[in-house]
Design a protein around this ligand. Structure first.
Ligand code: F0G
Length: 465
C-alpha cells in the first residue's frame, strides 16, 4: 500500500517508555485487568482513545496564548461561534466542557421518561445519558453494520425500515428526536453516506421529528463520503459537511475528536425553545453562555482545530494511517472489522478467540494481553461495555459484537510505532489458544467498563502454560 504522508513535521516531542514485563503484570493485576486504571506513564503506545489525545498544531498553541479570558462575550467566543456557524450552520451555538455535557443538557430538556431515541448506534455515554432521563436508546443501524466481515462502504447507515418500525411501534409522540452518529463509533468508526443522511432527513422532516447529529467525527465521515460516494469526489470537505448539517436540526459535539483539542464540546440547535431551556440549565451547571465550562483559550483552540480538520491533506494522511495499521494487522492474520474505520481499527475478538465465551469477555482478555505483551493500551467494545443480565430471567445477554478498538490519536504516532502495534497483535494471535477469559470481581451499576475489576477465570495467569 502507498504510505500515508504526514502533512506536518514534529516541533515538540514527549518521552515515552516501555516498562518491564514484570512491572506490566503487576500493574495489570493492580488495575483489575481494566486498562482504564493503568498509569499512562507505564503505557508505551496508548490507543485507548482518540478523544482528547490529539497533538495540537503550532497555530492552535499560538491561538491559546491569545485566548481572551473575559468572563462574558470574549473575542475567543466570537471566533468560536463564527467558525462553528460557517461549518455547521445552526442558529444556536452552546459551548460545553465536553460531548457528554452537551448530551446531558440536551436530553435533560428534550426527553421525558418513556421517550424513545433512535440512533444508528448510541455511543456508551450517549446511551447512558438517554437512559438516565428514563428514555429508551434504540439502535437502528443497517444489518450490514452488525456483520464484522461485511465490506459495505457505509456501515454506519441508519436502517429506514428499523426507523419506520420504531415510529410505528412507539408512536410519533414518544419519539421526540432521531440521532445519527457520524462516524458510527460503537459500530466500528463507520461512516454514514450522504444519500442515507438525506433519506433519514426526508423521513424525519415528513414526520416533523428533529434530526440531531452526534458530530464528533464529522470531518472523517465527510472524507469517506468524498472518497466513496459517487459524485462527491470533487467537493471540498467543508461543502460536504455543510450539506450534512443542513439536513438536520442540531448536533452534539465532542471537540476532543475532530476539533483536534484536548478538552471541549458544544451543542448546536435550531429550535429556540430547546436552546432557551438548555441555556438556562447551562448557566446553572457549566457556566455563562459564552464560555460554558471552557477557558477562552480552549474556545480559541477549538475554532482553529475546526479550521485545520477540514484540510484534505490532513484527512488523507489521517484516514490513511489508520488504514495502514489495518492492513498490517490483516497481513498478520488478525481478524479485523471491515472496512477499517476512520479513527480506529477494531479487532474482531469473537473471531480471533472463539474459545473464550462472551460471558468471559474475549475482547477484555485481548486488551489485557496487549498490555502485558507490549505495553499497548486499547479498549474493549463488547460484552464488558454493553453486555447485561436480563432483568427478568437474570440470564447474561452479550453485546452484538466483541471488538477491541485500537484508536489512533490524531497527529501523534509514527508509522513505525503502528508497525510495532501490528507486530504485537500478530504475536498474540500466534499464541491465542493459551489466552484465557476473564470474570468480574466488581462492577458498578452504570457504565461498568470504566470501573469494573476482573481476573482470569478461576484465578491464575492470563496465559495458560
Ligand atoms: N459521542 C461519541 C460518538 C463519542 O465517541 C464520544 C466519546 C462522545 C459522544 C462523548 O464525548 O468524551 O467528549 O464526553 N468518545 C470517546 C471514545 C470517549 O473513546 O470514543 P466526550
Amino acid at each position: 500500500m502507498e504510505l500515508p504522508l504526514e502533512p506536518y513535521r514534529t516541533k515538540v516531542v514527549e518521552r515515552i517508555r516501555l516498562v518491564s514485563r514484570d512491572e506490566r503484570l503487576a500493574l495489570l493485576k493492580r488495575a483489575g485487568y481494566n486498562l482504564f486504571w493503568i498509569p499512562s506513564d507505564a503505557t508505551y503506545i496508548d490507543l485507548l482513545t482518540d478523544s482528547g489525545t490529539s497533538a495540537m498544531s503550532d497555530t492552535q498553541w499560538a491561538a491559546m496564548i491569545k485566548g481572551d479570558e473575559a468572563y462574558a462575550c470574549s473575542s475567543s467566543f466570537v471566533d468560536f461561534e463564527a467558525t462553528i456557524h460557517s461549518i455547521f450552520g445552526y442558529k444556536h451555538v452552546i459551548p460545553t466542557h465536553q460531548g457528554r455535557a452537551a448530551e446531558d443538557l440536551f436530553f435533560g430538556v428534550a426527553l421525558r421518561p418513556g421517550d424513545v431515541v433512535p440512533n444508528n448506534t448510541h455511543f456508551d455515554t450517549t446511551r447512558a445519558n438517554v437512559e438516565s432521563k428514563g428514555a429508551v436508546a434504540l439502535d437502528c443501524v443497517i444489518d450490514e453494520g452488525l456483520r464484522p466481515d461485511c465490506p459495505h462502504p457505509f456501515k454506519g447507515n441508519m436502517s429506514l425500515a428499523k426507523l419506520e418500525a420504531a415510529l410505528a411501534q412507539y408512536g410519533r409522540e414518544r419519539v421526540p428526536l432521531v440521532m445519527l452518529t457520524i462516524t458510527n463509533n460503537s459500530g466500528g468508526g463507520q461512516p454514514a453516506s450522504l444519500e442515507n443522511i438525506r433519506s433519514v432527513s426526508d423521513f424525519c422532516r415528513q414526520r416533523g421529528v428533529p434530526l440531531i447529529f452526534d458530530a464528533c467525527r464529522f470531518a472523517e465521515n465527510a472524507f469517506f463520503i468524498r472518497e466513496r460516494e459517487p459524485g462527491q469526489g470533487n467537493r471540498s470537505i467543508q461543502e460536504i459537511a455543510q450539506e450534512i448539517f443542513s439536513l438536520g436540526d442540531g448536533c452534539t459535539m465532542s471537540a476532543k475528536k475532530d476539533a483536534l483539542v484536548n478538552i471541549g464540546g458544544f451543542l448546536c440547535l435550531n429550535r429556540d425553545d430547546w436552546a432557551e431551556a438548555v441555556t438556562n440549565q447551562l448557566i446553572l451547571t457549566e457556566g455563562f453562555p459564552t464560555y460554558g465550562g471552557l477557558a477562552g483559550r480552549d474556545l480559541a483552540a477549538i475554532a482553529q482545530g475546526l479550521r485545520e480538520v477540514l484540510d484534505l491533506e490532513y484527512l488523507r494522511y489521517r484516514i490513511g494511517q489508520v488504514a495502514y495499521l489495518g492492513e498490517l494487522l490483516q497481513n498478520k492474520g488478525v481478524p479485523i472489522l471491515q472496512p477499517v474505520g476512520g479513527h480506529a481499527v477494531y479487532i474482531d475478538a469473537k473471531a480471533m478467540l472463539p474459545h473464550i465465551a462472551p460471558e468471559c469477555f474475549p475482547g477484555q482478555a485481548l486488551t489485557a494481553a496487549l498490555y502485558l505483551e507490549a505495553g499497548i493500551r486499547a479498549v474493549e467494545i463488547g460484552s464488558l461495555m454493553f453486555g447485561r443480565d436480563d432483568a427478568v430471567t437474570g440470564r447474561f445477554v452479550p453485546a452484538p459484537l466483541e471488538l477491541v478498538r485500537l484508536a489512533v490519536p490524531r497527529r501523534v504516532y509514527s508509522l513505525a510505532q503502528l508497525a510495532y502495534v501490528a507486530e504485537a497483535c500478530g504475536r498474540i494471535a500466534a499464541a491465542k489458544s493459551r489466552l484465557r477469559g476473564l470474570e468480574i470481581e466488581f462492577a458498578p451499576p452504570v457504565l461498568r467498563h470504566f470501573r469494573a475489576r476482573l481476573r482470569p477465570v478461576g484465578g491464575g495467569d492470563l496465559f495458560a502454560a
